[in-house]
Design a protein around this ligand. Structure first.
Ligand code: 6GU
Length: 216
């Protein structure tokens, strides 16, 4: 999976990409991330990318020119990839949607919004999908793009090192969240709190049964 990230803050991704499990995934080449600095595409001599909104109102709006040129250039590299605009006004990202993105596409173009928004003409002519990661407002789309990259990448075979895709079955579509059984590791007793005997028994049938009974 190749992610193209269109952003005015490419530096925000450096820590995320270099410190997480995504570093290994990139090393193994199953995940690739290409950062595109929208400001590089500004025809303005001061590399300006925003302006005041027509009709008035608070805040600034991304001007269409740098976005058009940046998106056009990236679409040339990835003609079949959808342009996904990250905005709090978008459709809410769910695990089902994450699975679809992973299955349907080999590349994704993630456009990170800022200010009050982007010029509507960009959305009308170049954006395929608007996504939000939840009902709260972030100052930019970068954190949301990282969420998309993380959630999609962990479904890419080989990206995590362990292909335990069947564990995804514990994601409950009905509850809208992941079902988990309690996890324990060494030591068997910590500050008087003991690990359930059955988990130390080596009886896989009994362990399976205990875990099913303790899913929540
Ligand atoms: Cl995708 N962008 C911004 N700016 N805020 C958000 C969001 C996205 N999803 C939830 N809040």
């Amino acid at each position: 999976m190749l992610f193209h990230i269109l952003t005015i803050f490419p530096e925000m991704f450096k820590g995320f990409l270099n410190e997480s499990i995504l570093k290994k995934a990139q090393g193994s080449k199953v995940i690739k991330i290409h950062l595109h600095d929208i400001r590089d595409y500004s025809a303005n001599k001061h590399k300006k990318v925003d302006d005041t909104p027509y009709g008035g109102g608070a805040g600034m709006v991304f001007t269409p020119q740098p976005l058009f040129d940046c998106i056009k250039a990236v679409k040339k590299l990835a003609p079949k990839a959808p342009v996904v605009y990250l905005t709090p006004a978008g459709k809410r990202l769910t695990q089902t949607m994450v699975e679809k993105l992973n299955k349907k596409f080999e590349q994704l173009i993630l456009l990170c919004g800022h200010y009050e928004g982007i010029d509507q003409r960009v959305i009308d002519s170049l954006v395929d999908m608007e996504l939000s990661i939840g009902d709260y407002v972030l100052s930019g789309g970068e954190l949301a793009a990282m969420v998309v990259i993380d959630a999609v990448s962990r479904l890419v075979p080989g990206a995590l090192g362990n292909d335990e895709s069947h564990r995804e079955e514990t994601f409950s579509k009905k509850l809208g969240r992941k079902k988990e059984y309690p996890h324990y590791t060494k030591p068997a007793e910590f500050r008087g709190m003991k690990v359930p005997e059955v988990l130390q028994s080596g009886n896989h049938g009994a362990i399976e049964k205990w875990r099913r009974a303790h899913l929540r």
